[in-house]
Ligand binder design. Structure first.
Ligand code: NAP
Length: 257
């Protein structure tokens, strides 16, 4: 039984942790004793308020600005985390954007942005953190994908492709690193009530939710609970897994955007 989980100085890095699912993951990991690097790109105030909340609960956290899709962002973000908190042995690749549009109308820039942030960002942050996990002979990597990465969806050729890439990245990484007590897993949320769904037409969102077996959208905390489990010692033999968090799935096809 491997029991090391980073020892006294447990550090987790959560990308895109200023809002939504990432903020919930940061709070949950902090409650489990992790010092948390709360990454954000634009929402500095929100990130600071996540940090404040963690500190008010007696935890350690810092907000670190980095556009994960930018060249060299992974090295910079992980380097800053090491300087301010210590080496991150837990990485939650959560930062993501969704630009939903029929393929025929999607500009190349939107497609590139989703690949840069959702895919290259996750790769470069994980790549930069891995040497620390190798040194510690322990680590946890979670990729926040999407059910759309597995099923696809109308209007989401680009987004679905980016999230599908994370599934392949997670499985490939698990095959590379599991013998070192490092796990890599993917979480596939369904419809979770965060800012990302606010630009969806309310009528479409309502119909989407009515078609979910649970008859409701999920809360960010319900995804964070699964992420936290995958980051825990209890999940030591779970690697290369895909965990759906979608309230039972859709009884009928969700309407297109
Ligand atoms: P959200 O509320 O819009 O939050 C997105 C987060 O990502 C924000 O903290 C944002 O920070 C950050 N972010 C965006 N671009 C970034 C960049 N270039 N660099 C660093 N951070 C960046 O969305 P959410 O619903 O919580 O989504 C979180 C993840 O879950 C995403 O990967 C999303 O694709 C996935 N997901 C969500 C759902 C859903 O229904 N909500 C379903 C499936 C999968 P700033 O505001 O600072 O830019």
């Amino acid at each position: 039984m491997i029991t090391s989980d980073g020892g006294q100085n447990k550090v987790a890095l959560v990308t895109g942790a200023s809002r939504g699912i990432g903020a919930a993951c940061a709070l949950r990991l902090a409650a489990q004793g992790y010092a948390v690097a709360v990454n954000f790109a634009r929402s500095g105030h929100e990130a600071e308020s996540v940090v404040k909340q963690i500190r008010a609960d007696g935890g350690r956290a810092v907000a670190i600005r980095a556009d994960v899709g930018a060249e060299g962002a992974g090295e910079e973000l992980v380097g800053e985390t090491v300087r301010r908190l210590g080496p991150p042995l837990v990485v939650v690749n959560n930062a993501g954007v969704q630009r939903s549009r029929a393929m025929i109308r999607q500009p190349r820039e939107e497609f590139d942005q989703m690949l840069d942030i959702n895919v290259r960002g996750a790769w470069s942050v994980t790549r930069a953190a891995l040497p620390h996990m190798y040194d510690a002979d322990w680590g946890r990597v979670v990729f926040v994908s999407s059910v759309l990465g597995a099923t696809g969806g109308p209007g989401d050729t680009g987004y679905g492709a980016s999230k599908g890439a994370l599934l392949a990245m997670s499985k490939s990484l698990a095959l590379e690193v599991s013998r070192r007590n490092i796990t890599a897993n993917a979480v596939l949320p369904g419809t979770i009530l965060t800012d990302i769904v606010t630009d969806v037409d309310p009528a479409v969102l309502e119909a989407n939710i009515a078609a979910i077996a649970a008859r409701r959208g999920g809360e960010p905390e319900e995804v964070a609970a699964v992420v936290a489990f995958l980051c825990s010692q209890d999940a030591s033999y779970v690697s290369g897994a895909e965990v759906v968090v979608h309230g039972g799935g859709w009884l009928t096809l969700p309407p297109s955007k």
